[in-house]
Design a protein around this ligand. Structure first.
Ligand SMILES: Cc1cc2nc3c(=O)[nH]c(=O)nc-3n(C[C@H](O)[C@H](O)[C@H](O)COP(=O)(O)O)c2cc1C
Length: 392
């Protein structure tokens, strides 16, 4: 009788075969409240679930009997070589998953020859990441009510040599992540169950909390009220800091002030993609914030083809939200994306094994991309196109 498949129970991140296996290891390594923060989506999590479904629903029609022995996955992005069509997405509060997490992710990106985008609400300062990790660095920006924060980040990111500024446009109002909120009995106070769960993760606590204290929002600490400077306090106050009045005027202003590459993250319509292009943005990120903002939203992969048709020749098209497999990266590229941003995939690696874990996540994805390119009968991602996809 054949052995039955069991749930994955591996503990060593190096043995994980897939991003999903890294996710399972991360589930065991970090306490529930930190895990919820990473995996959760807004409200009923319909957007979150649909991001995965929409990617899975696309099917390939491969070419066969093609010599693919010279295949590679290099791309050119903003006139520079990337070893693979991936970018690590900006994610705030990484320090709750691992000590010095932003530097760990940036080092993993540099090692794999791809850009790393630092969140404005990171736990390492943008200068610290540039100094300790190097590599191709992009800086993400939330325009908050206090526009002094924006001016400060812009000046510092330019001084520190960041290649691109990524303005996140889909967080004018903070997402309603209910599972995240349920973990707190009062602002910054975990429920008793969650406190017990923290106590059951001593290895995590000694890495993240004990020697250095609760991670702080190092980029913007001087702008935060004292009770909101640490990750636990900041989370409660955050939603009030986001500016509901951000508009295209901010994009015009940023274009004037920021001399390097400007990218708008959170575009989902052709009209907005065209507007960003007309205002001189160098790239757009077709994204629904990984299902963490508007629930009941289209998945970026659904709207990608028409956006790529409209502006793909004038501007760099990056897509994110839900990518967990190399095949899914190739589907997006076949539909017109120039590169794919990954959020949770590398966070699972980070939570499972720090920098080496994040590196393992990237190695899983790049190996999958390489293998699938070959199976599709392609020698480079430039050969991908809609002709390799089934029409539904
Ligand atoms: C834990 C977490 C924190 C995030 N923080 C930010 C952030 O600070 N700024 C931002 O623009 N996007 C943020 N995002 C969204 C990501 O940049 C990206 O759009 C999303 O993770 C892509 O979906 P994926 O996680 O399914 O790959 C965050 C996402 C996650 C999962």
């Amino acid at each position: 009788m054949p052995l039955k498949r069991k749930n994955y129970s591996g503990k060593n991140f190096n043995n994980a075969h897939s991003i999903e296996e890294l996710h399972k290891i991360a589930c065991r390594r970090i306490p529930n409240f930190a895990l919820e923060y990473v995996v959760g989506g807004a409200e009923d999590e319909a957007t979150l679930a649909w991001n995965r479904e929409a990617l899975k629903a696309i099917r390939f029609i491969p070419n066969t009997l093609v010599d693919t022995s010279s295949r590679h996955q290099r791309i050119k992005l903003f006139e520079q070589d990337s070893r693979s069509p991936l970018i690590i997405a900006p994610t705030g509060l990484n320090g709750m998953l691992h000590h010095n997490a932003d530097v760990a992710l940036a080092k993993a990106a540099a090692k794999n020859g791809i850009p790393f985008c630092l969140s404005m609400v990171s736990n390492s300062s943008l200068e610290g990441v540039a100094e300790d990790a190097g590599g191709r660095l992009w800086m993400q920006l939330y325009v908050m009510i206090n526009r002094d924060i924006t001016r400060n980040i812009l000046a510092r990111a330019e001084e520190a040599g960041y290649e691109a500024l990524v303005f996140t446009s889909d967080a004018n109002v903070f997402g309603n992540r209910e599972w995240d909120q349920r973990n707190y009995r009062a602002p910054a106070k975990l429920t008793i169950r969650n406190l017990i769960d923290v106590a059951l993760h001593p290895r995590w606590a000694f890495d993240v909390l004990v020697p250095h204290g609760v991670p702080r929002f190092e980029n913007i600490v001087k702008f935060m009220p004292s009770e909101a400077q640490s990750a636990s306090g900041g989370v409660a106050i955050f939603p009030k800091l986001f500016a509901p009045n951000i508009s295209w005027q901010d994009v015009e202003w940023l274009r004037e002030k920021w001399p390097r590459k400007l990218v708008i993250k959170g575009i989902l319509s052709v009209v907005d993609a065209m507007r960003a292009t007309e205002l001189g943005c160098d790239g757009i990120i077709v994204s629904n914030h990984g299902g963490r903002q508007l629930d009941g939203c289209v998945s970026p992969i659904e709207v990608l083809p028409e956006i790529a048709d409209a502006v793909g020749k004038q501007t760099a098209i990056i897509v994110d939200s839900g990518f967990r497999r190399g095949t899914e990266v190739l589907k997006a590229m076949a539909l017109g994306a120039h590169a794919v941003m990954i959020g949770r995939a590398t966070l699972f690696g980070l939570a499972a094994g720090g920098e080496a874990g994040a590196n393992h996540a990237l190695s899983i994805l790049t190996t999958e991309i390489d293998r699938s390119l070959g199976q599709l009968g392609c020698n480079s991602v430039a050969e991908l196109g809609p002709h390799l996809l089934a029409k539904n």
